[in-house]
Ligand binder design. Structure first.
Ligand SMILES: CC/C=C\C/C=C\C/C=C\C=C\CC(=O)SCCNC(=O)CCNC(=O)[C@H](O)C(C)(C)COP(=O)(O)OP(=O)(O)OC[C@H]1O[C@@H](n2cnc3c(N)ncnc32)[C@H](O)[C@@H]1OP(=O)(O)O
Length: 305
């Protein structure tokens, strides 16, 4: 145990949990002192990411607004990371809620147009940006809650899986899961690891092969999400949940989080270059380009019907 703690402390001082010692303080706010008055809100906005930070409560809400479906394009992920870094450096921010500013979709996952018909150089930058985003969210010392207000396939599901807690709108039309095989592509190992860490080995074995998208009730049943709420209660529940987490002393919680996530983080950090090469080589294949093209056609054709 002592060596685990030493390791966790080393991790804490590494780039993965950059906020650990700096931002840590014991719980400054209990639920009773929660005040969400508009005057206490800071707003910062890029074209695709909207951030509202309530410095009284320490809760930031990061909203995706990349119409039509919040696909994770290179530009979107770059703006995400810039906004994320600002919050990480802000000591008044203790927790971040991720949600969508668009109706019916949390995120459609990776932007297929960034993978289809693009150069290897472009796809290298694209994949690096995705790795960077994931390392920041998964490795954050802050509390991160996903408020899932719509469809959340593939990369959208990964984003939710990287959070500490997932709350989804109780609506069977919203689906979440790692559906890559349905597109004729393969989810990378770290997507699979995040799923497995959350729903267990057998469920992920079935899930990644079939490319299953679960509706909200099914997602709750297998533990892919933690809670379902009516649409009008999503943000208030996410905020209240966050305030409850704030009651745990930051330092102890952050070290514990680092211990639990260390193996998954380390695997990615050690395999980062190989993962980029795999992605670029894989998406260079004619057969994969063909699958991606057919999938885009299918999406567009579906709309035309
Ligand atoms: C050996 C292995 C080694 C390494 C690993 C290698 C490779 C791994 C590679 C990739 C991993 C990828 C992970 C991903 O995230 S892939 C993306 C998966 N996403 C999906 O399957 C979602 C597709 N979209 C939908 O299902 C729906 O759009 C919806 C449910 C999200 C929303 O439905 P709506 O009815 O509201 O909207 P639509 O009419 O369907 O769409 C509107 C508009 O948006 C376009 N679009 C949708 N999704 C995407 C997307 N992901 N990327 C780009 N564009 C998208 C859609 O075509 C419509 O466009 P038009 O308005 O018609 O122009």
């Amino acid at each position: 145990m002592a060596s685990v703690l030493r390791q966790a402390a080393r991790l804490a001082s590494s780039r993965c949990l950059t906020q650990l010692s700096a931002a840590s303080s014991t719980s400054r706010l209990g639920a009773s002192s929660y005040n969400f008055s508009p005057s206490s809100r800071n707003a910062s906005t890029s074209s695709t990411i909207k951030v509202q930070l309530d410095s009284n409560t320490g809760v930031a809400i990061m909203m995706f607004q990349n119409p039509p479906v919040n696909s994770m394009s290179l530009d979107f992920m770059t703006e995400f990371v810039i906004a994320w870094d600002k919050l990480e450096l802000d000591k008044s921010c203790r927790g971040i809620i991720l949600t969508s500013a668009l109706p019916n979709v949390f995120s459609a996952g990776l932007d297929i147009m960034d993978m289809y018909g693009t150069t290897p150089e472009h796809r290298t930058a694209f994949w690096k940006a995705l790795q960077e985003l994931w390392l920041k969210v998964y490795g954050s010392g802050k509390i991160v809650v996903a408020a899932i207000n719509g469809a959340s396939p593939a990369g959208g599901c990964l984003m939710a899986l990287s959070c500490d807690y997932r709350i989804m709108i109780d609506n069977p039309k919203y689906k979440i899961g790692i559906n890559e095989t349905k597109l004729g592509i393969v989810a990378p190992f770290w997507f699979k690891d995040c799923l497995e860490n959350t729903v267990g080995y057998r469920m992920s074995e079935m899930s990644v092969q079939y490319g299953i998208l679960y509706n909200s009730a099914e997602a709750l049943k297998i533990g892919l999400v933690d809670q379902l709420v009516p649409e009008d209660k999503l943000i208030s529940t996410a905020t209240e949940t966050m305030i409850k987490w704030f009651a745990i002393p930051d330092y102890a919680r952050q070290i514990s989080k680092a211990m639990v996530r260390k193996a998954t983080m380390d695997k990615m950090l050690a395999g980062r270059e190989a993962d980029i090469t795999n992605f670029v080589t894989f998406t260079n294949k004619d057969s994969i380009q063909k699958s991606l093209g057919m999938y885009m056609e299918m999406l567009k054709g579906r709309k035309a019907k």
